[in-house]
Write a protein of this length. Structure first.
Length: 342
């Protein structure tokens, strides 16, 4: 049995593990390492420390299903709907630009429930707080080093983190990436933005006529959502939660500042848009240095094979586009290429 390491428990990594289990069940032992404390990556759902039932999606907000991918990825959508992980967005989103024939899905339990579903179905051994730092070639296998703990050997490695983070890895990988590949990898770019999650006590009213709203006239804020309302959640005894996304220009301008400095600036702008907001019991500020892909790998191949013997791949939305379908395309390509080598 080949031992496969997937780096990243985001949507691409979890889908890869799920598809490998379905398509090559007896050939591989799949292990996933993620540097974070939980699953989701940019499809993360954060919990209020004093009430874990009060949650907020700080990254992806909903899944937009276009007519093309509704057909192409039908089996994925059918499964998520049948399991109750996704359901149609029923709430009002002010200012949303509707794409021709497209519709949106929301996740009642938070967007990370999609990733958790795939991880659970994959049967992979998932380890959090394992940050990969170096990848070396030792005796025909990959020796993968992490920030703390011993290095481990793997037959195949799949990297799914944002590409600039992949290019920061040290060890033999630095010289094994061909100069022409590195040049192409360096063309991949991402937008940056901040997200704030505001958690309220049970019984608090956030009185606005919409569930989510795109803001067009603020130098700081681009999107606000009453998260529980957007997800159509009715949880008695649980307070509302609100997410704020900044615009990309604001994100870029304040990228190198500490979150403690940026959070009050965003709150000040929020007050001008929603002056009567009640006082939250907790606020979480998230810096998305790599938010959404603005320039993907040339030709959007879904994956790139960095080395063939032993196998080393990279994938993720940097090789397609930043949404559910982009990650699905990438995972499908990784699994197809891996299967062709076995
Ligand atoms: P990631 O989710 O980034 O996963 C990579 C994982 O790798 C992370 O968990 C990270 O912790 C881990 N990692 C990184 N470096 C290391 C290391 N050295 N060692 C170990 N682990 C490591 N998409 C939609 O479909 N709809 C939306 O509405 C939407 N809105 C968005 C809004 C925002 C603010 C953001 C940020 C994204 C949004 N997206 C949306 C895009 C979507 O979230 C991403 O395309 C998708 O989550 C990318 O998944 P991924 O698995 O490729 O990468």
């Amino acid at each position: 049995m080949s031992r496969v390491l997937i780096v990243g428990a985001g949507l691409t990594g979890s889908l890869c593990a799920y598809l490998l289990r379905k398509e090559l069940p007896s050939k591989l032992q799949v292990v996933i390492w993620d540097k974070a404390r939980g699953a989701g990556g940019r499809m993360s759902t954060s919990r209020c420390p004093s009430d874990p039932n009060c949650t907020v999606d700080l990254g992806a907000q909903y899944i937009t299903v276009t007519p093309y991918y509704a057909q192409k990825h039908k089996r994925f959508y059918e499964e998520l709907l049948a399991q109750g992980i996704c359901k149609p967005l029923g709430a009002v989103v002010e200012g949303m630009v509707a794409k021709d024939g497209a519709y949106n899905l929301v996740t009642p339990q938070g967007v990370s429930s999609i990733v958790k579903h795939y991880l659970k179905q994959s049967g992979a051994d998932v380890f959090y707080e394992r940050q990969v730092t170096q990848i070396n070639l030792r005796d025909g296998k990959w020796e993968v080093c992490r920030k703390s703990g011993s290095p481990e050997p793997f037959d195949v490695v799949v990297l799914t983190m944002p590409v600039p983070q992949m290019l920061q890895l040290q060890g033999d990988i630095v010289n094994l990436i061909k100069p022409s590949q590195r040049q192409q990898l360096e063309t991949i770019s991402y937008s940056s933005r901040y997200a704030l999650g505001l958690f309220y006590e049970a019984g608090t009213e956030v009185d606005v006529p919409w569930a989510s709203k795109y803001i067009t006239n603020s130098p700081c804020i681009r999107f606000i959502s009453i998260d529980d309302k957007k997800r159509n959640l009715e949880s008695p005894g649980v307070g509302p939660s609100l997410v704020v996304h900044t615009s990309v220009p604001f994100g870029i301008e304040h990228l190198e500042q500490e979150k403690e400095v940026v959070q009050p600036l965003i709150l000040k702008h929020l007050e001008t848009i929603l002056p009567n907001l009640p006082q939250p019991m907790y606020i979480k500020c998230q810096k998305w240095r790599y938010s959404q892909v603005t320039e993907a790998f040339p030709g959007c191949p879904g994956q790139l094979t960095l080395y063939s013997e032993p196998l080393l791949f990279c994938g993720g939305d940097g090789f397609t586009h930043s949404n559910f379908d982009g990650c699905t395309e990438s995972a499908l390509q990784i699994v197809k290429t891996l299967a062709s080598h076995l």
